[in-house]
Design a protein around this ligand. Sequence first.
Ligand SMILES: C[S@@+](CC[C@H](N)C(=O)[O-])C[C@H]1O[C@@H](n2cnc3c(N)ncnc32)[C@H](O)[C@@H]1O
Ligand code: SF4
Length: 447
Amino acid sequence: MQDLKKYNQPVPRYTSYPTVPFWEPESFTIEAYKKTLQSAYWESSKEVSIYIHLPFCESLCTYCACNTRITKNHQVEGPYLDHVLKEWELYLEMLPEKPLIREIHLGGGTPTFFASENLNKLLSGIISKATLSKEFQMSFEGHPANTRTSHLETLHAIGFNRVSFGIQDFDLNVQKLINRMQSFEQVKAITEKAREIGYTSVNYDVVYGLPGQTPESVQNTLDQIIELKPERIAYYSYAHVPVLRPAQKSYESHLPNADEKWEFMQLGKEAFKAAGYEEVGMDHYVLPGDELLEAREEGELHRNFMGYTPFTSKLLVGLGVSAISDSWSGFAQNEKSIPKYYEILDKGQLPIERGHIHTKADLFFRKHILHLMCDFKTRWHEAEFLEYGILLNYEMLDQLQDEGLITYSDEGMMVLPEGKEVIRVICSALDARMNSSKREHQFSKAV
Ligand SMILES: C[S@@+](CC[C@H](N)C(=O)[O-])C[C@H]1O[C@@H](n2cnc3c(N)ncnc32)[C@H](O)[C@@H]1O
Ligand code: SF4
């Protein structure tokens, strides 16, 4: 067994390329972005995926790295929804014709912070201006402690059949340290309710590397997760970024060390495998028959800001504060501050804070990083290689090859089994923007 711990360095999670800190906002213009949106619209046969960011949470889980606004005041719901609908109108004006909605994902924050009537209002407003694609998919993130039967019923009636619950950890001591209390019984009850209503896929988010975790506590959490048999499990490595999320400083003395965290990752892998789950891409485990497996077989597995999806979306519209849109050859991120987001929309403008228009080299590296993250292999064609290959980090690729983490064949570059553990690091050898930049960044460590 290789000593892979030396690869435990700060690297991006590659939900996109170039990663946000290495965008070039200076050369971004709304006009250029609009053009990329329009060509993505035709390339995707008018289909659009929609991500809606609903940022509010009633209390702060101190470990959380998401973009949230903490409040107990539910009066915020109405104005927020109105503005998201305004933003959707602006996108509709820019698209050449009425779009076909292929996907809607509600993320956060906590979508279930909102009353179900308000979610209904929001989604009806979005859907009524477009047509649903025959193969549409709708999913939402729910906090087990505040997901009500009414949320599940209302969203199911609209077309949602996937739900993702944030579990993180069932251990009481860990839950106290991260200020996030939810019992096994609560999770079991809401999971059963979702299934009873007709949800066909339940995902659990679980995090290893949290403060207070021990091998025994992690094993107990894993056993409890497996007992409930979610269709999918996302087993995330805890991202410690205290400079960006100061609340994470509150428990630093309780954090497991790098060796322990590595052990927790292995415990998860073994437990999920023994329970019949298959690993898909990075961090994800699914039961046999899951469409992500089929997509992987057919080379269709895709990864974007929403995670892994079974088809390649060329046009992802992100609505709401901090949401990121992806028009395949351009990215745009919205304002993170709610007052600013409202102010810009009230002037009838897109609330974009920064963006990036891809160069040809970006598209080359994006394609190969995406293949590695989804299929653990990629193959460069001679002509493109001659043009952009010079920007690869050969020193690193040679080292990865010497250490048995990657190999080359007629099929191109392949990630070997041990290399899968450090896939983010392997992708970073293809990250020409990061490797040639002097900019400071705040990524979490690879494991
Ligand atoms: C928006 S939250 C989930 C929805 C809902 N707010 C909840 O907490 O149940 C998205 C997921 O990101 C993951 N996450 C948040 N902060 C993280 C961190 N610091 N490191 C790793 N994963 C994190 C968690 O697994 C969490 O469930
Ligand atoms: S984990 Fe979920 S509920 Fe907790 S602060 Fe983050 S987004 Fe909000």
